[in-house]
Design a protein. Structure first.
Length: 216
């Protein structure tokens, strides 16, 4: 029996992609991935840690292999979650438009791709490489992350629908004020990070003495 949800041969498989620095991965990331899977009936989610993210100061980012290790530890118990090293293997700046094109090629265009973001990332999409082409060619699932972004987010979604024929689904989730920045700050201050991320990731951070001294 076909184990995929969309076993009808006329339906394309639906794959969710979540990109991020994941420095470190936390329950906010896992929750938006699971919510997207559930709400849009996706077949699986691929977590893609960024190699050299264009929007962050590279010298302050944790070694990519350690970030990948943490994403693998965090996702291993969920059989619908996968991790891809497509971006970290590149050793140059990773752009979403290129990653999506490579994935589509890999799947011979036989899948529908849904890119999952928080509202903060989506609101800034105009700073991404070829964002117009990206909005036109990829489905987006945007998760609410802050009530302060609500008006701007709705305006942007409407604009992109009209201007680029974008397919954007907004999903309202309970606001989770968890961020990697906050996790890193807590560690620096010697505060607890329990219940903000999976125990396996907490253990890995402690064993590898991550975030204790480096800048934010
Ligand atoms: P940092 O504080 O270092 O920027 P982050 O917590 O924002 O880290 P990223 O790796 O930058 O994590 O985010 C990857 C994706 O996950 C982005 O699209 C971001 O908007 C989304 N995301 C992260 N945390 C949450 C959250 N708590 N709720 C909703 N979306 C989130
Ligand atoms: Mg972020």
């Amino acid at each position: 029996m076909d184990e995929h949800k969309n076993s009808n041969k006329f339906l394309k498989h639906k794959i969710g992609i979540i990109g991020g620095t994941f420095d470190p991965i936390h329950y906010g990331h896992l929750f938006i991935a699971e919510t997207a899977l559930d709400k849009l009936n996706l077949d699986k989610i691929i977590f893609i840690p960024a190699g050299i993210p264009p929007h962050k100061n590279q010298s302050l980012i944790t070694d990519s292999f350690k970030r990948v290790d943490m994403v693998k530890l965090a996702t291993k118990k969920n059989s619908n979650f996968e991790v891809s090293t497509i971006e970290v293997n590149k050793q140059k700046t990773s752009y979403t438009i290129d990653t999506i094109k490579e994935l589509k090629k890999y799947y011979n265009n036989k899948v529908d791709i849904f890119f999952i973001t928080g509202d903060d990332a989506f609101i800034n999409i105009e700073t991404w490489k070829k964002y117009d082409e990206l909005l036109n060619s990829t489905n987006f699932i945007v998760m609410t992350r802050s009530i302060n972004n609500s008006k701007l987010l709705n305006e942007k979604i409407e604009l992109y629908k009209t201007k680029y024929n974008a397919n954007v689904t907004k999903v309202e989730i309970p606001i989770l004020e968890i961020s990697s920045t906050d996790v890193r700050e807590r560690i620096k201050k010697n505060n607890s990070i329990k219940y903000l991320l999976p125990e396996e990731v907490e253990k890995y951070i402690l064993e590898n003495k991550l975030y204790m001294e480096q800048g934010l």
